[in-house]
Write a protein that binds this ligand. Sequence first.
Ligand code: GDP
Ligand code: GDP
Ligand code: MG
Length: 304
Amino acid sequence: MGLFSKIKNGLKKTGAGFMEKVGSVLSSFRKIDEELFEELEETLILCDIGAATSVKICDILRERVKEQKVDDPTLIRGMLKDIIFEMLNGDNSLDVGTSPTVIMVIGVNGVGKTTSIGKMAANFKAQGKLVVLGAADTFRAAAIDQLAIWADRAGVPMVKSVEGTDPASVVFDTMASATAKKADVIICDTAGRLHNKKNLMDELAKMNRVIDKSLANGKKETLLVLDAATGQNAVNQARQFSEVTDITGIILTKLDGTAHGGVVITIMDELGIPVKLIGVGEQIDDLMPFDAREFADGLFPDEV
Ligand code: GDP
Ligand code: GDP
Ligand code: MG
């Protein structure tokens, strides 16, 4: 499957749900009036777009309808698509142009951290980058084994220790190995942590100090992984994590299995954190750069 159809496919459920709900509102109005805007606003909220963002979208729409003297409700669909595209459009790229770039991958359990690391490793390697993985989720032995499988698949080296080792010491070893190898990209897996668990956040801070110390001319990214299927809960996680640590971007996984893709809009608009990558499946090539145009197109499929 080509890149474009993969994204399209990954957004199928979200797009179908979105057009079913929004489409039925739009088709039930013969003229554009205040009632339409109000119903649309409520419907956007049902599509996992937060209240503040839904209000904002409808305010912009109202203004444009007035300005352009639009009176045909069938034109709203295209206008809505443009507004959402403009909201999402920005610099969302995960830039690994600086060598070395260290990527810390954080998030709660089961969201897809380890899987996304495997996919990123394969992708960067294909771009000719020298990649090193660090197995700093030392909480369970199975977590280390799982990352090792991905390292094999991607064909990149991995630094590990045994279960129960201080993750900061694994990060230290990873940085040393990466420096010796002159690695371009270093990706560290971490244990599923909760933003409100003090010991876990302290542990993360310690890992960050280790990286900052050994990273003289490099760049650091902290990517928060969120499971799109958890809807507003994902938005809450983003909000809470961003209060306790600096997040440079989000990987939104499992878009393929959910209709909750609308959370992208809320995360970017309300929290101002760019969604940089999206997960659209379990295979190694199922991680895509976020593209505002493709996303907006995916929300408004031509045929449902
Ligand atoms: P972690 O606990 O955050 O490290 O999560 P894992 O990487 O172990 O992933 C948890 C589960 O989610 C695994 O079964 C993955 O195959 C699955 N998964 C991860 N990303 C995606 C995705 O984009 N789409 C789908 N369908 N499944 C995913
Ligand atoms: P609860 O189930 O909400 O009480 O949360 P837990 O205390 O079980 O922690 C949730 C997850 O955080 C666990 O599954 C682990 O992945 C991780 N975790 C908990 N405590 C530690 C710890 O001391 N170190 C590390 N690295 N991870 C931890
Ligand atoms: Mg994991």
